[in-house]
Design a protein around this ligand. Structure first.
Ligand code: AP5
Length: 207
């Protein structure tokens, strides 16, 4: 698909899960700021060292760092893509508007209590970034990624306390983007609760 899509939604709303399916089944290129930042932290790059302290506390990494990272990545993209976790502030959205015309901002809507339960039982692959859930989407073999056989891990920001802080940060900084994109006529609201494949079908039919 040759569309430029932004995925919006609170932590745990399923952005990564749906972006992974859109990449595998619809041929989108997926750029996740969270995955890129975690990779920088693992590789102990200068960006990673600066970002870690904000990520561990559940806060946002400063705009100038994230915009610099995304500018470099977006410049190299051709064809359709999904941005997962970017933009997260009005300043980041304005940066994006200055460099391209988006086709849609897909917003996943999920209740707060459901988000906490999803995130505290999430397991992630450090190698290919596949996402699992101990109950809703368990790997075939416990603790092992179905796709690349790497050992799964629990993200350090997936503790209940940090998740609640991330939800607050989302409400203060990212929630206003729903109105931002609605006013531009780009917003697509998707019910983000229920079966993972049903949600994927809803997104697919809306594009
Ligand atoms: P990031 O990695 O982007 O985290 P997030 O937005 O908090 O989102 P998550 O990855 O936690 O959740 P998700 O919506 O992708 O849900 P998932 O599909 O995994 O960012 C991490 C940090 O990096 C931020 O806190 C910030 O510090 C920094 N950062 C990133 N971008 C930034 C930016 N632009 N500016 C500044 N700082 C930035 O699903 C969650 C769980 O639920 C999984 O276990 C999954 O299997 C399960 N699940 C999914 N769908 C369903 C369903 N329908 N039913 C049941 N379970 C489901």
């Amino acid at each position: 698909m040759d569309k430029k899509i932004v995925l919006l939604g609170p932590p745990g709303s399923g952005k990564g899960t749906q972006a992974e399916m859109m990449e595998d089944e619809l041929g989108f290129v997926r750029l996740s700021t969270g995955d890129l930042l975690r990779e920088a932290v693992r590789n102990q790059t200068e960006l990673g060292k600066q970002a870690k302290v904000f990520m561990d506390s559940g806060g946002l990494v400063p705009n100038e760092l994230v915009i610099g990272l995304m500018k470099e990545k977006i410049d190299g993209l051709k064809g359709g893509f999904i941005l997962d976790g970017f933009p997260r502030t009005v300043q980041q959205a304005e940066f994006l508007d200055d460099i391209m015309e988006l086709d849609a901002a897909v917003n996943l809507d999920v209740d707060d209590d459901e988000l906490v339960s999803r995130l505290t039982k999430r397991r992630s692959c450090p190698q290919c970034n596949a996402v699992y859930h101990l109950l809703y989407k368990p790997p075939q073999k416990e603790g092992v990624c179905d796709k690349c056989s790497s050992a799964l891990y629990q993200r350090s920001d997936d503790t209940e306390e940090t998740v609640r802080q991330r939800l607050k940060v989302y409400r203060d900084n990212t929630f206003p983007l729903i109105e931002y994109y609605r006013k531009k006529g780009k917003l697509v609201d998707i019910e983000g609760e229920g079966d993972i494949r049903d949600i994927f079908q809803r997104i697919k039919s809306s594009l």
